[in-house]
Every structure is written in structure tokens, then in C-alpha cells.
Ligand binder design. Structure first.
Ligand SMILES: [Fe+2]
Ligand SMILES: [Fe+2]
Length: 238
């Protein structure tokens, strides 16, 4: 393979003939998704079933939790095919992302998490739709409609909550506390790791480009649609 040609690997078995850096970066991204999908389901989606206020909301929240556990299962299965030991794909052995440190206590907080964190996840999955490893592209294609449903769930329930003054206040308060955690989700600007991911066409966009896109899309939801405020981001990842 010439240095500038993009690999296109069709199966996990074919990976072993590839450059060690390419293999290593793919292992990293699969481990990260497997760990974070599982941890998110454990700390947010499953506990939210109890917080959901109506049978209808509980039903949809069960579906969200089922799908988030399902994302873990799919990424883990791919990881196993790639020869990654299962224990490396659990939150016990790899620290989950900081966006999961938010202490979920209320239903409006969960709705805001789905509105904003699942939008951030959609951006990541969009990037993987064009990745140079076919099994990961296929996984992104299967996952995308479900992540879109989660973000729509967040938008619909936030819109409903905002019909009352108390609900509006609760949604704004959750946005004020949760939104500042999200820009860091995209990694550092000028990241060397990200440059290597792009070199191998595993990722397509720079961290800073994805963060800027996220901020534009989050503003459209929070400011234009919900008519709420986005907090200032002094602590944004540099
Ligand atoms: Fe997910
Ligand atoms: Fe999701």
C-alpha cells in the first residue's frame, strides 16, 4: 500500500495483514465504543426507566436502554472477532468518558442528556459511516437510526417539558449543568491521535471541526427550537 492510499479492509480476519498502527487504532476505537455504550446504559438509560413519569415514557425509555446495551453487544462482538480480550471492553478495565460522570437524578436531566449527548454520539457515528474498515462501517450504519431515535426522544420530551414554566426551568437548569461537559467529548484540538485516525481514514474529521459542528447543531436545538439559553463555554477543550 502506498503511503497515501486509503485502506479498505472487508473483514476482521483480513486485519491481521494490515499495518500494526492501523490495527491498533481500530482496536482503540472499538474498545472505546464498547466501554462507553455499556457504561452509558448502566448509569443513565437503565436508571432512567424508574425516573420516567408515565407508562408511555417508561416504554420508550426501555427501548432506549435496550438499544444502548445492544450497541455495547455489537461493538463487543466485533472486538472479539478482532481478537480483543473481552475484559478490555468493560468499564472495570478502561475509564469511561467524563460525560458519564454527571450524577443523574431527575427525568428532565435524562431528557437533556438524550437531547445533547446523543447528538454528540450521532456526530461520531456519522464519521464512522465512511471508515476504511467495512465491519465498523456496517456497525455505524446499524447504529445510526437508533442514535437518531435517542436524540429525537430527547428533543420530543424536552419540548413537552417546556410547555410549563416549571418544566422549562428544569430543562434549562439541566442544560446549564450538563452542556459544559460535552465539548471535551470530541477530544483536544490539534490532536496527534486524531491525525493518525484521519491518516488511516478511520475518522474523517478533525476534533475541532466536529466540536464546531456539534455547537452549531446544539444551538439550533436549544436556542432556536426550545427557545432556551446555552451556557457560555469558558472551559471548552482547547
Ligand atoms: Fe449508543
Ligand atoms: Fe444513544
Amino acid at each position: 500500500m502506498s503511503p497515501n492510499s486509503r485502506p479498505d479492509v472487508k473483514t476482521a480476519a483480513a486485519l491481521k495483514d494490515q499495518d500494526p498502527e492501523f490495527q491498533d487504532l481500530l482496536r482503540k476505537i472499538v474498545i472505546s465504543h464498547a466501554v462507553n455504550e455499556l457504561y452509558g446504559a448502566q448509569v443513565f438509560d437503565e436508571p432512567a426507566i424508574v425516573l420516567a413519569p408515565t407508562p408511555y415514557a417508561k416504554w420508550l425509555t426501555c427501548r432506549v436502554a435496550m438499544e444502548e446495551y445492544g450497541h455495547h453487544v455489537r461493538f463487543k462482538e466485533l472486538g472479539v472477532e478482532m481478537g480483543i480480550p473481552e475484559q478490555q471492553m468493560t468499564p472495570q478495565n478502561k475509564k469511561p468518558l467524563s460525560i458519564f460522570e454527571f450524577p443523574l437524578k431527575t427525568w428532565p436531566e435524562f431528557c437533556v442528556i438524550k437531547l445533547l449527548a446523543d447528538l454528540a454520539e450521532i456526530l461520531q457515528v456519522e464519521d464512522l459511516l465512511h471508515c476504511s474498515f467495512l465491519p465498523l462501517r456496517n456497525l455505524a450504519r446499524m447504529t445510526m437510526p437508533e442514535e437518531r431515535f435517542h436524540a429525537q426522544f430527547g428533543k420530543d420530551f424536552c419540548t413537552e417539558l417546556c410547555q410549563t414554566a416549571e418544566g422549562r426551568q428544569q430543562v434549562q437548569d439541566a442544560i446549564d449543568r450538563y452542556f459544559p461537559m460535552l465539548p471535551a467529548f470530541f477530544g483536544k484540538s490539534g490532536s496527534r491521535n486524531n491525525e493518525r485516525f484521519r491518516h488511516w481514514s478511520i475518522k474523517q474529521r478533525k476534533n475541532e471541526e466536529m466540536r464546531a459542528d456539534f455547537l452549531t447543531r446544539a444551538r439550533a436545538l436549544v436556542v432556536d427550537h426550545l427557545k432556551l439559553k446555552l451556557p457560555d463555554l469558558r472551559a471548552e477543550a482547547a
